[in-house]
Design a protein around this ligand. Structure first.
Ligand SMILES: [Zn+2]
Length: 386
């Protein structure tokens, strides 16, 4: 599977200056190219290259490879911009249909503009202008080739042996990085010695059948706090309020991402350590099903929830842990001890079987059902059924 390796560079002050100068020249070249592309309405790499290649090299003094990368960057940027523009036009048309029906003034159609590049935006390097050596890189700059030290952890060193293709030179918050695409062979999963069921939900982000529970209180508290804050800002509607709103949603996103990352890591680590497989509810095709409860509908539309699932699956693959997907029907209504299934078995967060009297937390019961279903579908001994 493909992974992104991020390596920090430790340039001297002089070398940092050369790197910065290089990004600036390259982005100036991109802005020049962008204007030419726009003026002539030429947005494909080959045509743009025939038109500007020699100008580009003499005017900006960049190497042939860097020139090619700049042309590619500009054409890619326009492809994305055109796609976005098409979407905006479509949305405006829809909005205007509605407004016309209600006798309101129509919105003007959005205009496409020439693409502009940040002066220190990243640029891509291929093997001809960037060579990796032990713990340093030799990299082309407008002031000649320089050698810069790399920060390489053990994990990155290993990952790095499978580097493929280009690396991006990135300047972020006064630090220098190379981002490289690597290919990691994933270990073949071993035959599991049992199964851990994972139930995901609103109250508890994740509950596992081996008794762990990751509650969503912190995420919920932050969401609530930000929601109120957001309402106040929206009322104000000023430019600075809008900027602040953007920051807020970014902060919430970062927090959720980090939480999901930690939960997934721990769940997969536990499974690996106990040589067990993981079992998750299979949510493909579930949208079409009728009779979904409110919680299920909410979960399906929630990106944070989708992200946690994706992290668990991805980290499992990396660690060589099996993941099974089971039918999610009635996992929260059925008794994990006797199998009796009734809506009345579950009262909010508590489960009590009306048949055999078994009692437990509702999510814990569900997680055991999820584990059981995977065990039933695979002929292996389960070590968890109570
Ligand atoms: Zn029961």
């Amino acid at each position: 599977m493909k992974l992104m390796a991020q390596l920090q560079l430790l340039p001297s002050q002089e070398h940092a200056h050369a790197l910065e100068e290089t990004l600036q020249v390259a982005n100036r070249a991109c802005n020049f190219l962008s204007q030419v592309a726009w003026d002539h309405q030429v947005f494909n790499k080959r045509d743009l290259q025939t038109q500007v290649y020699s100008d580009l090299r003499t005017q900006f003094g960049i190497s042939a490879q860097v020139a090619i990368r700049c042309i590619a960057k500009v054409c890619d940027a326009y492809r994305t911009a055109f796609e976005l523009h098409r979407q905006r036009v479509q949305e405006t048309h829809w909005a205007n249909e509605q407004r016309a029906g209600q006798g309101q003034d129509l919105l003007p159609l959005p205009e496409m503009k020439v693409c502009q590049f940040r002066s220190t935006g990243s640029i891509a390097y291929d093997d001809r202008i960037l060579t990796y050596q032990e713990d340093q890189v030799s990299i082309w700059t407008v002031e000649g080739r320089i050698k810069v030290a790399l920060v390489l952890g053990e994990h990155q060193k290993q990952l790095f042996q499978s580097r493929q293709g280009e690396s991006d030179l990135v300047f972020h918050k006064d630090k220098w990085f190379l981002l490289a695409t690597c290919h990691q062979d994933t270990p073949l999963p071993e035959e599991p010695q049992g199964i851990i069921g994972v139930d995901m939900g609103l109250e508890n982000l994740a509950t596992t059948s081996d008794g762990k529970n990751y509650c969503g209180d912190k995420i919920k508290a932050l969401r609530k706090k930000l929601k109120e804050h957001r309402r106040r800002l929206q009322k104000r509607g000023t430019k600075s309020a809008k900027r602040r709103l953007k920051q807020l949603s970014k902060r919430q996103e970062r927090f959720t991402l980090n939480t999901n990352h930690c939960i997934a890591k721990e769940i997969v680590r536990d499974a690996k350590a106990s040589h067990k497989a993981l079992s998750l509810e299979d949510l493909t095709g579930i949208r079409k099903r009728t009779g979904l409860n409110r919680e299920m509908r909410w979960l399906l539309g929630n990106w944070a929830f989708a992200q946690l699932r994706a992290y668990i699956e991805y980290k499992s693959r990396l660690a060589g842990v099996w993941v099974f997907h089971v039918d999610p029907k009635n996992t929260s209504r059925a008794c994990s001890r006797c199998g009796h299934c009734a809506k009345a078995n579950r009262k909010k967060t508590h489960f009590k079987c009306l048949e055999c009297g078994f009692e437990d937390d509702a999510d814990a019961n569900a997680s055991r059902n999820i584990a059981l279903r995977a065990a039933v579908n695979r002929p292996i001994v389960s070590t968890f059924a109570g």
